[in-house]
Design a protein around this ligand. Sequence first.
Ligand code: FEO
Length: 396
Amino acid sequence: MVTEIKKGVYWVGVVDWGLRRFHGHELSTHRGTTYNSYLIVDEKVALVDTVWGPFKDELITNISKIVDPARIDYIVTNHSETDHAGSLPAVLQRARDAQVVVSTRGAESVPGHFHEKWNFKTVKTGDRIALGETSLAFIEAPMLHWPDSMFTYVAGRNVLLPNDAFGQHYATSGRFNDEVDEHELYEEALKYYANILTPFSPLVKKKIDELKGLSLPVDVIGPSHGVIWRKDPTQIVTRYAEWAAQKPGKCAVVLYDTMWEATRRMAEAVGDGLAAAGVPFKLFHMGVADRNDVIVEVFKAGAILLGSSTVNNGILPTFMPILEEIRGLKFKNKIGAAFGSYGWSGEAVGQLEEHLKSSKIELVAEGVKAKWQPTPDDLAGCAALGRAVGVRLNAA
Ligand code: FEO
């Protein structure tokens, strides 16, 4: 349902209740998502971001409830990823004279996606476009989370439209943060940050400092996914500043994969050791766990313990996606260790340690191996490993 979020500023986006995998199949979205598009109606008419292509007709219908789409003068494309730019062709078929407003890097990426000779207008931080009573001001936000990313500020209405930043994959009937379950909202906001924005945390901190320096009045923050922050809108900015600091939690995750339960038994013994050191932990079997949910727990934890049995001289293949994800997300301030069972060669533990090192996770204890099924002494070694990591975490 089209919603007026401030005078003359309308949400004309789409709620995608059914989405369960995003970015192809890379990201789990248990609560669906929304594609938020905003229409500003003044003497001039501007549309800020569109929606994913399969929903283009709903977008056109929503815009048409407010104005004839042919009246659109500007289509601001804060970011070229197809969930936001995918309906540009459909809108431009109806608004043939509209200018497509892009950031400096968007001037490369938007044409690169569509290969159309549209009427582009490139803007940079500080540029403004007057609409009448209101105007649009632009703040480039490179790598939050693509080079082309940009925030648009609706001056005169105190509305910040930061595209992916501050968003959540969260389909809801209410459009505003004060209309939804706060626990669910923050679960999704953190999952979004942990899985998408973690590697750019230093830039998140700089951008927040830059925004504070601008002293813009902000009544509403309208991200491009999920609910709109209306009640205490800058609460999510405060949370982002906390998350960007990546302060290690006094808790641990034990991630393992297992063929015949030997490494599972070792993982549980590692957990016993962590508990003995007073460190709460969560244990995940990566053959069956949701990788993106586990990444949230990795984000929160100060210690990461990895276990795999050895197969074909290496780590179980089903364990590899989370290892690649951890390396790519460039977590900071974490410690770790490795363990695993084997039958004859036993390379997995050493390879897990190499993964920890290349992920910049400090190895703080020597890995533990057990041949075939672990003996009581092997399990005691695993518990000692867990305890050593726990003691080190507590001392940090
Ligand atoms: Fe980076 Fe929501 O797309």
